[in-house]
Design a protein around this ligand. Structure first.
Ligand code: DMJ
Length: 670
């Protein structure tokens, strides 16, 4: 029939047939899942194709929006969660230091998201082939870049200004965080670096490739080069390949028998542009430096001088021989960590692979076990072998949790069996504790300012210094750092403490509170006075400050046992940081005075410089007949850098100096 052949009429209605259950009584309500599913499905089938497409498109659109907004919100949530966990772990509060806003922590910026895993650092350019002298890489002599330097100095004051703002306006918490008294740039995550290392890193001699205009060397720098050459002549003539020059007896002394002065001086030669000297020393390293020796070395000293020196020279020169040697000595030092507590022994036999504490004790020195981290961490990054970093990180984590600290100040000894501090109650920023504080800050900087426990310990310690160790002398009211022994304050200050102004300034440059810069300014003045108030214009090893004004007395008193000078670097080191960050020429002038006095009282005519026994006797300073390796490794290097106006000559946003003045790259440069 027609009805059977013609197409069905277009339906303008939807017919709905109710099944008995669906009708559950008239107007009955059935909300069972099965009913709802079937009903929805039917309705869906009854929609036109266009209607279905529109609905599907809407769903797809909403899903895409959902995914996008989830990923962009995820990080802040993760960050907040991590923060609150961190806060729970962190005990006790630093006195006087409170979280400005504990609930707010900025999300790590995208670029930093993976930086906890230092294997994923942005790739660095490959070095040029080894053995080719390229001059002092990014240390090539360039014109003073005042624009850049001004920018750097401005950066510090910007942080200060922002801190003031932050106090006034809560809003600023997004651009700057106040964290336990520290002002930190907002691009820092809370995640500690992963201990996994995936790929070895390349040397950092990246800017060697940048052909920047050379900066002419100024007269004062020339004087440093002359001093270095004179020292080197003595070493070459009488001590070549040995540890230290004895310039008066024209011989040498051995400590480890590893050419200590030569290795310590390698990167200084590179920085000073001493091509011939460098090449000759390189040959010695390649052909004659052998670690397969039955000799006991001090873990700390060989790490900061030898491992540190080799690593930094590798970075500056790009020459793989230095990395090979660094790996070799690094591996040979590892047995030191095989102790019941994992706090390393002080001594290792690098030939036998055995380690032991000093004969008279099972203690190690706190500064020694906590000032090898920059070097071992860098060795892990370069080799891709995590064992070096793991060993030293474990020490830091352990020390972080220890009791026996006094407002962040640490005792001087730690037991390798129990892992506990010993000889409690004595606190100093001088010998045996000094570089513990220095390396807290510097590790934090090296790792990209993420390892909050390090920063926390550093900030707490500086508060401890302020609370227990700072006093003013008479008559000049010099701020100095004394010592505390079982509750008794002593106005004694080691020259070694003069690293502190430089470290404080470095912290302030990296966004920490401006108070630290103020303290640095006061302390560096004191360190300079430790030279200026002495007859030879050279500082003794230890001074005692006068707390009460006495007629005819200066601020600085010197005991007969303390009046030697070992050509130490700490004051010049701090002058260098202060000049870099402030541009105040007085710091250069002070350094220049010191160099002249070294030349006057410690220079040996036949080559080399010598430590002296009596800084108070200009007519006979009593030469000791020894040139310490750090005179070439540190003192002259910091002098040269102090007199330079080129902030790219070891840029402090790219490199961090180890405690022996060997620059190592910052993993996440600013
Ligand atoms: C150097 O070996 C290092 O600077 C160390 O941190 C302290 N002692 C000397 C220099 O004085």
């Amino acid at each position: 029939s027609a009805a059977a052949t013609s197409p069905p009429p277009r339906r303008d209605f939807i017919s709905v047939t109710l099944s008995p259950e669906e009708a559950v009584g008239a107007g009955g309500y059935n909300n069972s899942k099965a009913w709802r599913r079937r009903s929805c499905w039917r309705k869906w089938k009854q929609l036109s194709r266009l209607q279905r497409s529109v609905i599907l498109f809407l769903f797809a659109f909403l899903a895409v929006c959902g995914v996008i907004s989830y990923t962009s919100m995820g990080e802040p949530w993760k960050s907040l969660t991590n923060k609150s966990l961190d806060d729970q772990r962190t005990e006790p509060e630093v006195p006087g230091l409170k979280l400005a806003n504990p609930a707010v922590l900025p999300a790590p910026q995208k670029a930093d998201a993976n930086l906890g895993d230092y294997a994923e650092l942005s790739p660095q350019k490959l070095p040029k082939p080894p053995h080719v002298w390229r001059g002092p890489s990014n240390l090539q002599i360039k014109p003073p870049r005042r624009d850049v330097r001004l920018k750097t100095r401005h950066d510090t004051s910007r942080v200060v200004e922002e801190q003031v703002q932050a106090d006034k306006e809560e809003k600023t918490e997004k651009s700057i965080i106040s964290w336990r008294g520290a002002v930190i740039e907002p691009d820092q995550s809370t995640e500690p670096p992963s201990s996994k290392i995936k790929e070895p890193e390349k040397p950092s001699s990246v800017e060697a490739e940048d052909q920047k205009e050379p900066v002419p060397i100024n007269e004062r720098q020339m004087a440093v080069i002359e001093a270095f050459r004179h020292a080197w002549k003595g070493y070459k003539d009488f001590a070549w390949g040995h540890d230290e020059l004895k310039p008066l007896s024209k011989s040498y002394s051995e400590w480890f028998g590893l050419g200590l002065t030569l290795i310590d001086a390698l990167d200084t030669m590179w920085i000073l542009g001493l091509k011939e000297e460098f090449e000759e020393a390189r040959k010695w390293v390649a052909n004659d430096l052998v670690f397969e020796k039955n000799v006991d070395v001090n873990l700390f000293e060989s790490t900061i001088r030898i491992l540190g020196g080799l690593l930094s020279t590798y970075h500056l020169s790009g020459d793989s021989i230095f990395l090979e040697k660094a790996k070799d000595i690094g591996n040979r030092l590892m047995p030191a960590f095989k102790t019941p507590s994992k706090i390393p022994y002080s001594d290792v036999n690098i030939g036998r692979g055995t380690a032991h504490p000093p004969r008279w004790t099972s203690d190690s020195t706190v500064a020694e076990v906590t000032s090898i981290q920059l070097e071992f961490r860098e060795l892990s990054r370069l080799t891709g072998d995590e064992k070096f970093q793991k060993a030293v990180d474990e020490v830091m984590k352990h020390v972080h949790t220890l009791s026996g600290k006094n407002d962040g100040l640490v005792p001087m000894f730690i037991n390798t069996n129990s892992g506990q501090f010993t000889h409690l109650g004595v606190y100093t920023l001088g010998a045996r504790a000094d570089s513990y504080y220095e390396y807290l800050l510097k590790q934090w900087i090296q790792g990209g300012k993420k390892e909050n426990e390090l920063l926390e310990d550093y900030m707490r310690a500086i508060e401890g210094v302020k609370k227990h160790l700072l006093q003013k002398s008479q008559p000049k009211e010099l701020t100095f750092v004394g010592e505390l022994a079982h509750g008794h304050f002593s106005a004694k200050m080691d020259h070694l403490v003069c690293f502190l102004p430089g470290t404080l300034a470095l912290g302030a440059h990296n966004g920490l509170t401006a108070d630290h810069m103020k303290l640095a300014e006061a302390l560096v003045e004191t360190c300079y006075q430790m030279y200026a108030q002495v007859e030879t214009g050279l500082s003794p090893e230890i001074v005692h400050f006068n707390l009460h004004a006495q007629k005819g007395h200066k601020d600085v008193e010197i005991k007969p046992a303390d009046r030697h000078n070992l050509l130490r670097p700490e004051t010049v080191e701090s002058l260098f940081y202060m000049y870099r960050f402030t541009g105040d020429k007085k710091y250069q002038d002070w350094g220049w005075e010191i160099l002249q006095n070294f030349n006057k009282y410690t220079r040996v005519p036949t080559g080399g410089y010598t430590s002296i026994n009596n800084v108070q006797n200009p007519s006979n300073p009593e030469p000791r007949d020894k040139m310490e390796s750090f005179f070439l490794g540190e003192t002259l290097k910091y002098m040269f850098l102090l007199f330079s106006d080129d902030i790219d000559l070891i840029n402090l946003d790219k490199y961090v100096f180890n405690t022996e003045a060997h620059p190592l790259p910052i993993w996440v440069p600013a």
